[in-house]
Write a protein of this length. Structure first.
Length: 708
């Protein structure tokens, strides 16, 4: 924690960055002046500590935490109105819990594609602080009490407590990946004070089958969890009821202590949004129809059904694919039985609607990019013929292929392939688009040529070239292409490439760095230095290329970062040669050797070849990259052309078969007078021809720039 938030004794009224938060509304100067010097009895908590997140971040809705039960009472001038507004309850409302599962009607439809069900509640043991304020001694006290108590659990609930301290890291990561364990590093929890002394005093209890679990000293002292594969929400709720009872009874027997239970606010949690039941009952369910219809619309529909959608990697994790975490929205103002009933009913409704939406997807879409090649070539007739087809390798559809043209109004091309099959199965659409885009005839054939000895000359050494980069894309046969590739295939490409890359020799030798687990400052530095791709491009997202991000992605590079391979970005592999200065010929030579090494090594390890199509050359996910997939660029200063006008430079590049870009990547935009100048064509010319065109064109632009 930084700034005033860390300084519990600071007396001046703080600047609350989350200006639209409930804290900003209800922590007035007057209340601050009255309360800011007070320290709670149990854990010495202050109002400054409570509102640290609202002060530090600009994106908080609520923005306040309690450090002990006292906080809710001592700072009630602040907490009461926030709690009432957040939960929509009146000042005199009282909470009643009800875990009587026999009152539940029905269950989630067994036909619904539910992967798993999980219900959790939070519980706090009286006499100890809550995570944001709990002292070190209290935290260890909670852990030791729970550990002793948990030894009494019987039958299905019996299990073992595993402290985080000393846990093997592969075991820990596996528990996280399998959705059983929390992890550290959440910025909210850190600023709220919940990661002090990490990982001491934290741990997880679970039974043999990992269907009954208790998290110790994460956001709450205890999170009691029941979960299992499939959609038997009622069964999971039953086990939870028994589990809560067992924890409560056993803690009471060992210590005489009860759970903190407030007359108005129910079970006490560190976050006021969890007050009441502290219950979140969720299913992980596939909703492909809703995904196609739009995630924003799904959110609005969930709101109507009193549900909350999340991504499946936890609250801060984000959405991937068409699987969602759907849970009850409310915690307070309803009993546990009511909330589970609402969840069951709502999930059944969403599933029914999803089937309808899937049907609707077969209707001819409204293509927003009205001037795109997709709009021209995806006629109603072709749509009706192809819309039901699913490709063999990646299960790709025409709807997925044209998602960008449908969703955005600014696409020139607007189509992607999800596997090599897509180009063949949807050839009625792809063929005319490819021919028109690249200006080739229907019977054209592609021939590659990487023989660098055929190049004449080089870029003028006097030209102010900062750096040179040439990349190609390559796809390994048998796996899908990024827009359609399955999770397993993506991991297969990564693992094959990783093994293959260990064979690279001499200048090409290097290391593969997966994106998962990469240190954030290292990652950002690689992006800033133009070596690494990043996520968040809206085209790539809508095209399906950011599913399961960042899993399976990574970057290989040699020691000098002159030879690099991007794994599972827009293409399975992007092979790159780059260096400072303008020695285009040298960069091309290294690239030729690099492509050869990747191809040979992949072949040796797997027997697989690069996808190479007779007509379309090397297969890429974007048809605009077909052929060579090569972009040879220099970053060059053109102050004369900048003064003369960027539009004129664009027109001149067109004449020279070049393409100008900004220097922050395709979607990045232009800054100053430095341009990324590259070959315009990919297909219809060999690699040697394209590099020659680039060298000659850059020399011409440089000469003209001096004149200008
Ligand atoms: P909480 O509200 O309990 O803090 P999070 O959204 O932070 O929940 O998720 C905690 C963990 O539980 C994550 O690993 C998440 O993937 C997992 N999880 C949540 N719901 C389910 C479910 N229905 N099935 C499987 N795992 C789940
Ligand atoms: P691509 O066509 O390979 O997808 P982008 O325009 O998206 O290329 O750029 C990818 C990254 O490569 C960006 O960080 C960009 O700045 C960098 N880059 C491109 N050309 C050069 C060059 N000649 N010198 C240095 N970096 C470059
Ligand atoms: Mg959480």
């Amino acid at each position: 924690a930084k700034g005033s938030s860390a300084n519990g004794g600071l007396s001046s009224f703080p600047t609350i960055k989350s200006t639209h938060s409930l804290v900003a509304k209800h922590v007035t100067k007057e209340k601050w002046d009255k309360l800011h010097e007070h320290k709670t009895a149990t854990s010495g908590f202050t109002l400054a500590k409570a509102i640290a997140c609202a002060v530090e971040f600009d994106n908080q809705h609520c923005g306040i935490y309690a450090g002990d039960w006292d906080s809710y009472k001592d700072f009630s001038d602040v907490f009461d109105p926030i709690i009432q507004e957040y939960h929509g309850i009146s000042a005199d409302a009282k909470h009643t819990s009800d875990m009587d599962f026999s009152k539940i009607t029905g269950n989630v439809n067994p036909d619904a594609p539910v992967h798993s069900t999980r219900i959790r509640v939070g519980r706090s043991i009286d006499g100890f602080g809550l995570s944001p304020g709990i002292t070190k001694e209290q935290r260890l006290g909670v852990e030791s009490l729970f550990k002793t108590a948990s030894a009494n659990f019987k039958d299905e609930l019996a299990g073992t407590y595993y402290p985080l301290t000393g846990m093997d890291d592969t075991v820990r990561q596996q528990l996280v990946d399998d959705h059983f364990l929390f992890m550290s590093g959440d910025r909210n929890l850190t600023v709220a004070g919940m990661e002090r002394d990490w990982p001491e005093g934290r741990g997880i209890f679970h039974n043999k089958d990992k269907t009954f679990l208790v998290w110790v000293n994460e956001e709450d002292q205890l999170r009691i969890i029941s979960m299992e594969k499939g959609g038997d929400v009622l069964g999971v709720f039953k086990r939870l009821a028994g589990g809560i009872q067992a924890v409560g009874d056993s803690v009471k027997a060992e210590s005489g202590k009860d759970f903190m239970l407030d007359e108005k606010y129910g079970y006490v949690h560190s976050c006021p949004t969890n007050l009441g039941t502290g219950m979140r009952a969720s299913v992980h369910i596939d909703l492909p129809g809703w995904t196609a219809h739009g995630v924003d619309k799904l959110k609005a529909r969930c709101e109507e059904l009193s549900l909350q959608p999340r991504g499946t990697r936890g609250e801060s994790g984000g959405q991937t694919g068409h699987t969602y975490d759907i849970s009850n929205k409310h915690r307070l103002g309803y009993s546990e039985v009511q909330l589970v009933q609402t969840m069951i009913d709502g999930v059944n409704k969403l599933y029914e609607e999803d089937l309808e939406l899937q049907k609707k997807q077969l209707e001819f879409p409204n293509i927003q990019s009205a001037h795109s090649l997709v709009a021209k070539h995806v006629t109603k007739e072709k749509w009706d013929k192809l819309c039901k087809h699913t490709t063999k390798t990646a299960g790709f559809t025409l709807a997925k292929a044209i998602a960008c043209a449908v969703e955005f109004d600014n696409q020139h091309c607007g189509i992607y392939a999800g596997d090599w099959d897509s180009y063949k199965d949807f050839a009625d659409v792809f063929d005319p688009i490819i021919q028109e885009y690249h200006g080739i005839s229907a019977d054209a054939k592609h021939t590659s040529d990487m023989d660098f000895s055929k190049i004449t000359g080089n870029v003028n050494p006097d030209a102010p070239v900062h750096s040179t980069r040439i990349r190609v894309g390559r796809s390994i046969d048998g796996f899908g292409l990024s827009p359609g590739i399955t999770k397993e295939q993506r991991l297969g490409v990564e693992s094959l490439f990783k093994t293959a890359s260990a064979n690279f020799k001499d200048e090409l030798a290097g290391t593969y760095y997966p994106l998962t687990g990469m240190d954030e400052t290292v990652r950002q530095q690689l992006v800033d230095d133009h070596f690494l791709f990043m996520s968040g491009d809206r085209n790539l997202t809508v095209a399906g290329m950011e599913r399961d991000w960042p899993e399976g992605r990574g970057i290989f590079h040699n020691k000098d970062k002159t030879f690099l391979v991007w794994v599972n970005e827009e293409d399975q592999l992007r092979i790159i040669s780059m260096e400072k200065g303008g020695d285009v010929l040298g960069v091309f030579k290294r690239l030729a050797g690099g492509i050869q090494a990747v191809g040979d090594s992949v072949k040796a390890e797997s027997g697989k070849d690069f996808m190479l199509d007779e007509k379309y050359g090397y297969v890429h996910s974007c048809p605009t990259n077909l052929g060579t997939g090569m972009r040879a660029s220099v970053h060059i200063d053109l102050p004369g052309w900048t003064a003369h006008g960027v539009d004129k430079l664009k027109a001149r590049c067109e004449e020279l078969s070049l393409q100008p870009r900004g220097t922050r990547g395709e979607s990045g935009g232009q800054t100053g007078h430095t341009y990324d100048i590259s070959n315009k064509h990919r297909l219809g010319y060999s690699e040697v021809q394209l590099v020659q065109t680039m060298i000659d064109g850059v020399n011409t632009l440089y000469k003209e720039d001096l004149e200008l």
